[in-house]
Unconditional design. Sequence first.
Length: 383
Amino acid sequence: MAGKRYLMAPGPTPVPPEVLAAGAEPVLHHRGPDFRAVMLRCVERLGLVLQTENDVLLFTASGSGAFESAVVNLLSPGERVLAVSAGEFGERWARLAAAYGADVQDLRYDWGETPRAEDVRARVEETGAGVVFLVHSETSTGVVADVQSLAQAAREAGATVVVDAVSSLGAVPLETDAWELDVVVSGSQKALMTPPGLSLTSVSSAAWERCARTTTPRFYFDWEKLRASLETGTTPFTPAVSLVASLDAALELLLEEGLDAAFARHAALGRACREGAKAMGLELFSPDEERSAVVTAILAPEGVDARELVLALRDRFGITVAGGHGELGSRMFRIGHIGYYDVFDITTALAAVELLLVESGADIERGTAVTRALEAYRSAVRA
């Protein structure tokens, strides 16, 4: 019998059976009334999850497609922007904007640091950047930034605010309208519990005004073209109709659970994972704080190559976790816990890590990781 497999990466994430079943229904014609109803309902539900009255646009593309749509619709060549980076995905904003000829200014932190609002304000005032790119959840490090305060600082300094919420949307609090976020981008394959292939963008009235002035050419990712089509439940180009049906089903599950309940569940899972790791004597790379509820980044002990640990988890136990990016590849592994997870998924991953480390000679009391994780989860749920 083939061994059971556990997908414990911060994306793609496991997909609930109901969501898979929705995607396996007979394919609808993308110009027919049945699909139009699904698309309109899906976009409405996305607005509820984003907590916004702004326009919500849905593309057939990975999350990076939503990134690119923000750049081409908001920036003209030579325009000055600020990319706030403390990990791989903040640096991606900078590379993407530079590829389209923007004058990219950096606010760069060491990987694992948490960006600070006062730094954002000072850097926008210093550079005169018209757009600021932020990362809510930096999955390469496990840091979840206080994007509300960062956005406020950027906005008060006169900039349009764009937020990468690819791994945070649906997992940790994000209030698009209350926090006055001009543009939020996300994808289907993280906390929204849907297979990869869809990306979304919310666009404020101020962002639409900037979009109208932008001279960068765009075609597939043209916001105005997509908005006009979505008003009637269709798209300018053939959409991934089965993925839209899956996303609609996933959003129904998320909204039935309730956003506050989902946020509390993710916070409890994050606490359980961190406490289980610390019980083994492992050092956290991601902050040990409640909002670190997306992915737990852990440093492998001295003498253990994290890349080999990641491979052993996959090959021996069928558990897929994520490795570290770049220079952290040999030092870090990351356990994801966003979307369709419960505490027993966390304890399964921790138990396997513990077993491999004990086999490598680590002085760890057997069972301590699972025990501490369950205690932490129970405490969080009761709080």
